[in-house]
Design a protein around this ligand. Structure first.
Ligand SMILES: CC(C)(COP(=O)(O)OP(=O)(O)OC[C@H]1O[C@@H](n2cnc3c(N)ncnc32)[C@H](O)[C@@H]1OP(=O)(O)O)[C@@H](O)C(=O)NCCC(=O)NCCS
Length: 149
């Protein structure tokens, strides 16, 4: 298993990116960020991060192919990000929909609730985003501060 930083032809991994964020025009707003792909034979997980403030990094997309979810790839990718950025950043932020599985994934990996942006998915996406049979409305921000360990 290895994680590579991808600098060219990022759209080669669009199928994976669309699992984390189903609207391509939204992906286009952050695809210039730093992108990592986890390979275990083939590509299995993707992550794009961007500097939000001088010492705050934001995870813009993190996704694992459905058939490979719940096998530790997402956590492995997060730990890779932590290792790279722990000496450069104070805080990692991630914004996600109100989905129990995703929220518990981040909480298990050390994130805590930060704040919410009301109606983000309703106002920024051109169609309703449905996850686990429920329409996503607010964007929930979680944070992890490196100083806390
Ligand atoms: C969220 C996501 C990145 C997690 O990656 P992963 O490789 O599946 O997660 P891991 O195997 O490292 O961690 C598993 C934990 O995550 C949660 N989890 C992830 N997928 C789950 C699922 N399908 N069902 C239940 N829990 C799930 C659970 O808390 C689980 O812990 P447990 O085994 O103790 O129950 C992945 O499920 C995914 O791509 N989801 C769809 C895209 C998305 O919502 N991305 C986040 C947007 S920023």
């Amino acid at each position: 298993m290895q994680i590579k930083e991808i600098q060219e032809n990022k759209k080669e991994y669009l199928k994976l990116l669309l699992i984390g964020d189903e609207q391509e025009s939204m992906i286009d707003t952050y695809i210039d960020g730093t992108m990592y792909v986890l390979f275990d034979d083939d590509a299995r997980a993707v992550c794009i991060v961007k500097q939000k403030y001088p010492t705050v990094l934001e995870i813009k997309n993190l996704a694992v192919y459905p058939e490979y979810q719940n096998r530790g790839y997402g956590s492995f990718m997060l730990n890779h990000i932590f290792k790279i950025y722990k000496d450069k950043m104070n805080t990692i932020l991630v914004g996600t929909g109100e989905n129990e599985n995703t929220l518990s994934f981040y909480i298990k990996n050390g994130f805590v609730y930060s704040h919410r942006v009301e109606n983000y998915f309703v106002e920024n996406y051109d169609h309703p985003i449905i996850e686990n049979g429920r329409q996503l409305k607010d964007l929930i921000y979680l944070k992890l501060s490196f100083g806390q360990f």
